[in-house]
Design a protein around this ligand. Structure first.
Ligand code: DGL
Length: 300
């Protein structure tokens, strides 16, 4: 029997559900323990120290729930806390920024990439470093004209505009993703992106895919919208294969390690705030039922 891995996912709130959804759709052999830090949302203007402390508490909790891999389904935590969390915990972790930046480089057609994200993610410059790192590692656009220009030494691919969107997360957490307010605010936030003449837009906050229809309506079909979650799933798939292979070649029995209990749960949800609100907003956003949500108080 193939081992069903338990993946621990966390975010400040419902945003990580966009990542969870992709994982569940594409990787049929995994189970997910989800933690939404809804008592402390938004993360978008938290300090590095806070984000590290919250991350430590949550990763400890998820490991206690049987997680074998952590997906930091929050760009803000990925940008600010992930390097420290990787040093402090002996568990594989995948963040949003590196896979997201790589995907944008692969997808761009004109080499002009934009980012929308929380203020903290924008200030961290993690995505511009991610784009430069991807290029330095040899990741190139799939589109031949821009790829050849880059290969001939032109600085043809860059993150040219980064826009903080602080009101998006509170709106989405309040269940207002599909509202006139969200549309009005999105128009304001996206105006500088439109003015910058970009061809690719990274959704650099895991909440934002819930606004993709609104963003698409405003930007039209000429801008390619990149959701880093798609690249995160690929990275996770490769990591799980490597873990399986390592265990198969390790001491006998490890590859058939314990499957948690005999109950056949696929997802478990924990939040630090109001479980009812998370269930209600999550149900609407995912358009499928989230049954049980348990409240856990961390850091006290
Ligand atoms: N969804 C998160 C992110 O990807 C956090 C947003 C927030 O809480 O401000 O950045």
């Amino acid at each position: 029997m193939k081992k069903q891995r338990v993946i621990g996912i966390f975010d400040s709130g419902v945003g990580g559900l966009t990542v969870m959804k992709e994982i569940l759709e594409q990787l049929l052999d995994v189970r997910i323990v989800y933690f939404g830090d809804t008592a402390r949302v938004p993360y978008g203007n938290r300090s590095r120290e806070e984000l590290i402390r919250f991350g430590e508490e949550i990763v400890t909790f998820l490991i206690g729930q049987g997680a074998e891999v952590i997906v930091v389904a929050c760009n803000t935590s990925s940008a600010m806390a992930l390097p420290v969390l990787r040093e402090r915990f002996d568990i594989p972790m995948i963040g949003m920024v590196e896979p997201g930046a790589r995907l944008a480089v692969e997808k761009t057609i004109a080499g002009r990439i934009a980012l929308i994200a929380t203020e903290t993610t924008v200030r961290s410059k993690a995505y511009s470093s991610g784009v430069s790192r991807a290029l330095a590692k040899g990741v190139l656009p799939n589109f031949s004209v821009i790829r050849e220009a880059w290969q001939q030494g032109e600085q043809a691919i860059a993150l040219v505009k980064a826009q903080g969107c602080p009101l998006f997360v509170p709106l989405i957490e309040a269940g207002l993703a599909n509202s006139a307010e969200a549309r009005g605010i999105a128009k304001t936030y996206l105006a500088p992106i439109q003015a910058a003449g970009v061809d690719t837009l990274i959704l650099g906050c895991t909440h934002y895919p819930f606004l993709e229809p609104v963003i698409r309506e405003i930007l039209g079909e000429d801008v390619l919208i990149v959701d880093p979650a798609l690249a995160v799933v690929k990275e996770l798939e490769i990591l799980l294969q490597e873990m399986d292979e390592r265990e198969r070649s390790g001491p006998i029995g490890l590859a058939f390690g314990a499957v948690l209990g005999t109950n056949h749960w696929r997802t478990r949800y924990f939040v630090s705030g109001d479980p009812g609100l998370f269930r209600q907003v999550g149900n609407t956003l995912l358009q499928e039922p989230i049954d049980l949500v348990e409240q856990v108080i961390l850091g006290e």
